[in-house]
Design a protein around this ligand. Structure first.
Ligand SMILES: [Zn+2]
Length: 338
């Protein structure tokens, strides 16, 4: 930090007048110019001398200067690390924690790479099936969400457990056979397990995630069954990596289209997704109308936040994009990912 800060000081003192940087001028304190004329004989800029004096005598001003330099340094460092790209896209660092019993469950690096590629396509709207969005919903399509994903590391651990209850979170603690999160304030942790069980120890859960109010807590992140990661060797009809796309949606504050409760017809806080009485399954055909409060609406079942098969979901809405952007914004609850 000290070394970096010295660099910031030098930069700071050099930058007040850019013209100084390209000409070889002497320090104006030794060259007052021609006092007999009001016309300067050569360019002089005392900004830095004035600043230096002020910073020496005013600790509050000095503190503001230091904070500005730290912020500037962080900004450039983040760009270098690819976290906030030059066009403002936020690149989220991802840590995979694979806990397996059999070798089949120990999914390959290639499959994890496939999953990252799916996320980047779906959140960048470069997925090929984006062309299937019905024309009625095209005006509401998010396009590029401006969020990307970058694999930081993959941790692996063999353990004899054959199923993991979602309410116990044992996969997230090394003391109970799992793997501790890698700094969840700075990384999206994805735990991959052999089977996710509900609180009654029943299988059938593909994955689950925590919303931004849990940002940075020890259990923050996603849990996904190994069968649903990536494409190659994944289990149809959930074999296009969209389980993770859906769960990352929750992680970035998107509820299901029918709202956060099972009663249905609740708000999902996005006005451009039609109100929905509950999940759709399989591969529905458009148009599909369903009723909430006596009003029949065409359903956006091809939204990633529905329950349809992987090949039937291929869009976020513009409002959903705004909500996700709010979460990763500099002042957002997941700003640490930047
Ligand atoms: Zn969900």
């Amino acid at each position: 930090m000290k070394k970096l800060f010295f660099g910031a000081l030098v930069l700071g003192f050099m930058s007040a007048c850019t013209s100084d940087n390209i000409s070889n001028q002497e320090d104006i304190s030794q060259d007052p110019g021609n006092p007999s004329s009001t016309m300067a004989s050569k360019r002089a800029c005392p900004s830095d001398i004035i600043r230096e004096k002020a910073l020496k005598s005013d600790p509050a001003l000095r503190a503001r200067f230091e904070a500005n330099e730290l912020q500037s340094e962080k900004f450039s460092r983040d760009i270098m690390m690819g976290k906030v790209l030059a066009d403002g896209t936020v690149e989220i660092p991802v840590v995979f924690n694979v806990i397996y019993n059999t070798s089949t469950q120990n999914i390959s690096d290639a499959r994890i790479a496939e999953q990252i590629a799916v996320l980047n396509a779906d959140y960048g709207a470069t997925n090929s099936d984006v062309a299937n969005i019905p024309s009625a919903f095209q005006p509401a399509a998010a396009g590029d969400v401006k969020i990307r994903f970058k694999l930081v590391t993959t941790n692996r651990k063999q353990y004899t457990k054959t199923g993991w209850r979602s309410d116990l979170e044992e996969m997230k603690k090394s003391t109970t056979g799992g793997i501790n999160a890698t700094d969840p304030t700075k990384n999206l942790n994805i735990w991959v397990v052999n089977s996710i069980l509900d609180e009654n120890s029943q299988p059938g859960t593909l994955g689950y995630a925590y919303y931004p109010e849990s940002a940075g807590l020890w259990y923050d992140g996603l849990v996904i069954g190994y069968q649903y990661i990536g494409k190659t060797g994944a289990s149809a009809p959930f074999n296009l990596g969209r389980t993770v796309t859906h769960e990352v949606g929750h992680y970035l504050n998107l509820p299901h289209l029918w709202g956060s409760s099972n009663t249905g017809c609740q708000t999902d806080y996005s006005n451009d997704t039609p109100t929905s009485p509950g999940p759709n399954y399989g591969t529905p055909s458009y148009p599909l109308n369903r009723v909430c409060g006596g009003v029949s609406r065409s359903q956006m079942f091809m939204n990633y936040m529905d329950y349809v098969d992987d090949k039937a979901m291929f869009m976020f809405s513009a409002n959903q994009k705004t909500r996700m952007q709010a979460v990763v914004a500099a002042a957002g609850p997941r700003a640490g990912l930047r």
